[in-house]
Write a protein that binds this ligand. Structure first.
Ligand code: ZN
Length: 273
């Protein structure tokens, strides 16, 4: 069994190309690669990859992105769950957001924050109303962490320290870093977790050695490299995830492997399959 806790829909605009992450591509990719359940965030960027503001008329509102995601999950019950992508730079945790969470709590598994694509410090005041909302509805907060200062693992640590009743996931464990900062921080607070999205196998093995197998969830960013993201990257080379499927169990043992690939996700998010 595999649960992918980090999947996207929407259009990802990179300097080289526009990546189609339509619902159809997500469904085909999880079917093709035997993923039993996926937690999906429908992207609603506020700035592009070069940190340039996206014109308002080309942005999705928080509500729009959420409603599309709800529709996707409702049409694919028992396959798709969602984490609404919030827009702390230009919107806030308003009544409408709360209403949608309340009405759809059965398919909402967390709140997704992307400090790079919102160009906002994760531990800033504008983000806090969302954390309060997460606390009220007992939802974890998944945060894109990277080498970009506003999205640093340290800022997630700061927020996690301030809100001990909320669980935080440092997704990517610091993208484009050697993961060391995120790995060190992971052991410092009980409410800090990580995922495997673009995390080299060696870092995952180190995490299991240092902290056991309960701190990490399998995630992939699929279908950001296309329908076969799980096995092939966008250059046509073998995907980093192939090593998770083919080597990880032999290194850390079947119990720890089951934890990372699905069991932690079932327990932590309350996914019933
Ligand atoms: Zn992602």
């Amino acid at each position: 069994m595999i649960i992918d806790t980090h999947v996207h829909t929407g259009f990802f605009v990179s300097p080289e190309k526009i990546v189609d992450m339509s619902e159809g591509v997500v469904l085909e990719s999880i079917k093709r690669h035997n993923i039993d359940f996926a937690i999906v965030s429908n992207s609603a960027e506020e700035v592009d990859c070069l940190l340039q503001p996206i014109p308002k008329e080309r942005q999705k509102t928080q509500e729009q992105a959420f409603l599309e995601a709800i529709n996707f999950a409702r049409n694919n019950m028992n396959k798709i769950g969602i984490m609404p992508w919030i827009k702390p730079a230009s919107e806030t945790a308003d009544e409408r957001l709360e209403e949608l969470i309340k009405e759809n709590r059965d398919i909402v598994y967390g709140i997704k924050v992307h400090p790079f694509h919102s160009d906002i410090e994760f531990d800033s005041e504008r983000v806090e109303p969302y954390i309060e909302l997460a606390k009220k509805y007992n939802l974890p907060v998944a945060v894109h962490t990277a080498d970009y200062d506003k999205a640093s693992p340290m800022r997630v640590y700061n927020m996690a320290k301030k809100y001990p009743d909320v669980n935080f996931i440092m997704v990517h464990m610091g993208l484009c870093t050697d993961n060391k900062e995120a790995i060190d921080l992971l052991g410092k607070l009980p409410n800090l977790y990580g995922d495997t999205t673009w995390v080299p196998l060696e870092s995952t093995v180190e995490i299991v050695k240092r902290y056991g197998s309960k701190k990490l969830f399998f995630g992939s960013d699929s279908p950001i490299d296309g329908v076969d993201t799980y096995i092939m990257n966008n250059k046509g080379e073998p995907s980093l995830y192939l090593r998770y499927f083919n080597e990880l169990e032999d290194i850390i043992g079947s119990e720890a492997y089951a934890d990372i690939m699905y069991r932690n996700a079932m327990e932590f998010f309350g996914i019933k399959l």
